[in-house]
Design a protein around this ligand. Structure first.
Ligand SMILES: Cc1cc2nc3c(=O)[nH]c(=O)nc-3n(C[C@H](O)[C@H](O)[C@H](O)COP(=O)(O)OP(=O)(O)OC[C@H]3O[C@@H](n4cnc5c(N)ncnc54)[C@H](O)[C@@H]3O)c2cc1C
Length: 539
């Protein structure tokens, strides 16, 4: 094998794909190592999720202060979140502020979609091509392309024939959309659909919601942060972030150590009532320890929330349609809502269950179901994302010997710690498949720090080729699959199990997500680093 060239013969030491929270932080860390780094970002600004998702009502379901970066004391001191669950405009302003503060933009090239990334064994380097056909070489490539960043439109006949306006929520225009008095359709009732519907219902003339799968939703209980609370939050940052390091999914909520049947019926009811009245994901992440693994325990919370829906929706036929029947509470990502159910008490809102009356086609004037022809001015597609692996599928990744990532992952992703892939030397993934998601920025910071540690190790030891072994990938992939066994969420079709009826070839469940605890994940990765990365093939 020819000796690898010094990094100076390459355009960059490292290229990061994507300038969301992952890419921004990875850039910051690699600059600290003194590396020549370039970020390629398809959008025109930083922020990723918060740059693209401008739909009405887009906001956090993590508490704002638990979501922000924790790495900079100055950022924590300077930035003030205005609400417990900030809306998209504020979060985008936050990303702008961080980019300005650390002068990140000088190394980020916007409007630059990466189309291929090809490894060259002779030079132990990667060559990336952009949409404009320009090519850029580097030693290390780091993907920061987002678990939820490739939107999917529904596969409905006639979709492009509609003559009104239509928008995917994740491609909402920067200019305001005039919804006042308009006849609007929303297709999709996941977390995004719920936020959109509750926000626009009062403004539009008439709203028709097309629902395939109802989701269990729980109240967000958002609120402004007053000055006293702001001071408490700032003073409490160290403890709060320490807590996020201990919890299962990095949220501030911790499961109750009791099982659902270890308390009396009255106690259980009172506990659920308390959780239903509290902010955020407590009812999901801070509930009895067994509600997501024990069917009978899960039924108790499902019944409780079903009762709440029946109380909140006047027309009981509509309420029944809104109550999920094919999955238990919390076994898909839980949308948090603000008066979502009350929307269906409005005269200008109508719910169409497309399992009863399927959409046959989109027409120039609107939507035709098996029963009725609807006319609309605007159709909103709240149809989500080709999750976790979708953004990888869009790039032609070819590793050693020209092997395609798409081929290796055709039956589901195979990774080492969710960070590397055998046959793809010097490629690292932030928030790729098989990593701990949850309250995502906490996982982002961990993964970025781990990758930075590995690259520092390579630099200090004169290494130019870092590769996961076949064995390492096999073990981790089997471990991730084993962790999913017995979880009710893995028995349900959702983006978390790789199902997307709108994407060709995504009709079979896969294990794309690490479902163990975040502390266990970090312990495993820490162990690898502490032992000098000897599980990797290093040269
Ligand atoms: C509406 C919505 C609300 C959410 N709310 C929460 C929440 O409350 N709490 C939480 O923890 N998580 C939430 N998430 C998940 C969210 O995606 C993560 O929290 C986090 O923002 C992910 O950051 P990232 O940088 O890894 O990915 P992203 O923010 O998705 O950024 C990826 C970037 O990569 C770019 N990119 C992709 N492919 C290419 C390519 N080929 N070439 C160049 N650039 C490319 C994209 O344009 C994008 O800017 C939410 C997601 C959505 C969609």
């Amino acid at each position: 094998m020819t000796a690898a060239p010094p990094n100076s013969a390459l355009d960059y030491d490292a290229i990061i794909i994507g300038a969301g929270l992952s890419g921004m932080y990875q850039l910051y860390r690699l600059r600290e190592l003194g590396l020549r780094v370039r970020v390629f970002e398809a959008g025109t600004n930083v922020g990723g999720t918060w740059y693209w998702n401008r739909y009405p009502g887009a906001r956090f379901d993590s508490e704002s202060y638990s979501y922000g970066y924790s790495f900079s004391k100055e950022v924590l001191e300077e930035w003030e979140w205005s609400e417990h669950f900030a809306g998209q405009p504020e979060t985008l302003r936050y990303c702008d502020y961080v980019a300005d503060k650390f002068d990140l933009r000088r190394d980020i090239q916007f409007r630059s979609r990466v189309t291929s990334a090809i490894y060259d064994e002779g030079t132990r380097s990667w060559r990336l091509a952009l949409e404009d056909d320009s090519e850029h070489s580097c030693r290390f490539v780091i993907t920061a392309i987002g678990p939820l960043s490739t939107p999917t439109l529904p596969r409905i006949e006639g979709r492009d024939s509609f003559q009104g306006q239509s928008f995917h929520t994740a491609r909402w225009p920067k200019e305001p959309v005039d919804l006042a008095g308009k006849r609007v359709a929303v297709i999709g009732t996941g977390a995004t659909g719920v936020q959109t519907i509750q926000t626009i219902a009062a403004e539009v003339g008439h709203l028709t919601v097309f629902q395939r799968t109802p989701n269990w939703c729980a109240p967000l209980h958002n609120g402004k942060i007053d000055a006293a609370t702001q001071a408490e939050i700032k003073a409490g940052y160290p403890e709060m972030f320490a807590r996020c390091q201990e919890t299962f999914a990095c949220f501030i909520h911790t499961p109750d150590p009791r099982g659902a049947f270890e308390v009396s019926d009255q106690e259980r009811e009172a506990f659920y009532e308390k959780l239903y009245g509290e902010r955020g994901f407590g009812i999901w992440q801070g509930n009895f320890r067994d509600i997501l693994i024990d069917r009978a325990a899960n039924a108790t919370i499902s019944e409780f929330v079903a009762r709440k829906i029946r109380e909140r929706v006047r027309d009981q036929k509509v309420a029944e349609k809104l109550i999920p029947k094919n999955h238990g509470f919390g076994t898909r990502r839980l949308p948090l809502e603000t008066f979502y159910y009350e929307v269906y008490n409005r005269d200008n809102v109508e719910l169409i269950d497309i399992t009863e009356t399927p959409i046959e086609r989109i027409t120039p004037k609107g939507i035709r179901t098996s029963e009725q022809e609807f006319e609309f001015d605007i159709i909103i597609f709240a149809t989500g994302f080709d999750a976790i692996t979708g953004s990888f599928d869009k790039i032609d990744f070819r590793g050693a010997g020209g092997v395609r990532l798409k081929d290796i992952w055709k039956s589901g992703p195979e990774t080492y710690l969710g960070l590397m892939v055998h046959g793809f030397p010097n490629m690292m993934m932030i928030m790729g498949p098989h990593t701990a998601l949850g309250n995502i920025p906490r996982s982002i910071e961990y993964s970025v720090d781990w990758v930075t540690g590995l690259i520092r190790f390579a630099r200090d030891n004169g290494l130019t080729r870092l590769e996961a072994t076949r064995e390492g990938v096999k073990d981790w992939t089997e471990h991730v699959k084993a962790l999913g066994v017995g979880l009710l969420s893995n028995e349900v079709n959702s983006w978390m199990t790789g199902i997307n009826s709108n994407v060709e070839g995504k009709q079979t469940r896969i294990v794309a997500r690490y479902s163990g605890s975040a502390p266990a994940y970090r312990a495993r990765c820490d162990e690898v680093a502490a032992k000098g990365y000897d599980e990797l093939r290093l040269a």
